[in-house]
Design a protein around this ligand. Structure first.
Ligand SMILES: Nc1ncnc2c1ncn2[C@@H]1O[C@H](COP(=O)(O)OP(=O)(O)O)[C@@H](O)[C@H]1O
Ligand SMILES: [Mg+2]
Length: 416
């Protein structure tokens, strides 16, 4: 019986705001959690980037990782530390590296999710210098007319990279001429051509963090800082819709070993069509999340503390078989989704997590609510705004995002 420390590493890139809030709130919580006869305390540190010995120990129990998807040295350090030092990270880095949007579409189509019909097309141009390229294409590449896909899938359609992210090279294509133009401009990228969900009535982004989910009504036509609308979930989702999106998101996340990911879905008729759900480690910045930012910071803390305190085992392998077994059953989609979600809830330990939070993190809401009224919190917002906005706009945008956090505090007095 004694005091043990779990060391949490924050592996960060351009992040400014949420880590500051995370660190402040963790200090304010001053956790001492009894686990198996010990008292568990937490230390939070920022991970540095430096040469490493593949056999060196790892000082962290858990790393909150924001770099794997693009900074390869950190990704490889994380892979080494999972394999050799029992490190826990939220998103399986092998899965982040290999399962792009295309794979996520195929897998979830197989599970029965109503993803819009999607084709893949060979690229318009190629990296020069490969002597095999010419004979391969000359022998086997069939000429095709990209505009014919519009006739098959219906207009408009979306042309977008098979490994998309961040709205890069996404084009809405209205007719044959526009399809040719978009294809000409796609260069070396391997593209999808996807039927549009036309006239949808809601676009929702559901953030999943461990077993926690939060849905935001999204307006893709608004300027960046207004795309996440401020409307509370209950305003635009019935309890049944809310539960449906929770199940969809957790199914995807459990399938791919992504514990922090978001799922975009479009609602039309009675159907939620997921369109973009390979976003491991999604946007966490106050400059886009504003009123939703406190939820996200709290979600980071809860899942971090739960995983580190309980020494939850990092699932090193993906296991798709149980999902495929459900998919093969002769059941309506909603029943299959229930079964997928049961697998997800089991893998993410939903019940144990909720019990843990009620027992050990009962004061988080109050500590966070207080923190989001302090000058330190406002300074975190200001620093992020200052990093992104031109000098003459810093003041106005800091006030805007800060006022939305203030609205969140007023609308959620029960969080005290
Ligand atoms: N099938 C579709 N139907 C309607 N809108 C779509 C469709 N696919 C993409 N879009 C629009 O294009 C945007 C970017 O596409 P998305 O697949 O989310 O790519 P990214 O991975 O770059 O975010 C979406 O947010 C949505 O507004
Ligand atoms: Mg998207």
């Amino acid at each position: 019986m004694g005091e043990v420390v779990r060391r949490i590493g924050l592996s960060l890139g351009a992040d400014i705001c949420w880590p500051l809030c995370f660190e402040h709130i963790m200090r304010g919580l001053d956790l001492r959690i009894p686990v198996g006869g010990d008292t568990v305390r937490f230390e939070v540190e920022r991970v540095t980037i430096e040469p490493f010995d593949l056999q060196q120990p790892c000082r962290y129990d858990l790393v909150v990782d924001r770099l794997t998807h693009w900074y390869h040295t950190s990704r490889e350090w994380i892979k080494k530390s999972i394999l050799m030092n029992d490190l826990y990270v939220f998103n399986n880095p092998w899965s982040v590296q290999s399962n792009e949007k295309h794979t996520s579409y195929c897998a979830m189509m197989h599970l029965g999710m109503p993803i819009p019909p999607t084709w893949m097309i060979p690229p318009k141009s190629y990296e020069p210098g490969n002597p095999d390229l010419k004979p391969t294409l000359a022998r086997y590449a069939k000429l095709f007319d990209v505009s014919k896909l519009g006739d098959k899938l219906g207009w408009p359609l979306f042309m977008k990279p098979y490994d998309g992210g961040g709205w890069r090279a996404v084009t809405k294509v209205d007719d044959a001429a526009a399809a040719w133009k978009a294809y000409e401009e796609s260069g070396k990228a391997v593209m999808h051509v996807q039927a549009a969900v036309k006239d949808y009535d809601r676009f929702v982004r559901c953030i999943g963090f461990g077993p926690q989910t939060h849905c935001v009504l999204y307006d893709p036509d608004a300027p960046l800082h207004d795309r996440y609308t401020t409307r509370p979930e209950a305003d635009f989702l019935s309890p049944a819709d809310r539960e449906h999106l929770r199940k969809v998101t957790l199914t995807i996340n459990a399938f791919f070993g992504w514990e922090f990911n978001s799922c975009e879905a479009l609602h039309k008729g009675d159907v939620w069509h997921p369109i973009d759900f390979a976003n491991p480690c999604p946007d966490s910045q106050v400059t886009s999340l504003h009123a939703h930012f406190p939820w996200l910071v709290k979600a980071y803390i809860r899942w971090t503390v739960f995983c580190a305190a309980t020494k939850r085992k990092m699932p090193r392998n993906l296991d798709w078989a149980p999902f495929y077994e459900v998919a093969a059953r002769d059941l309506p989609y909603e029943d299959k989704l229930d079964a997928y979600a049961r697998i997800a809830d089991e893998r993410l330990e939903t019940a144990r997590f909720e019990e843990f939070c009620a027992k050990h993190l009962g004061h988080l809401d109050e500590v966070a609510w207080d923190f989001f009224g302090t000058s330190e919190a406002k300074e975190a917002v200001r620093q992020k705004v200052a990093a992104l906005f031109p000098a003459q706009e810093i003041e106005a945008f800091t006030e805007l995002f800060w006022s939305r956090i203030g609205d969140w505090r007023r609308q959620n007095p029960k969080a005290r």
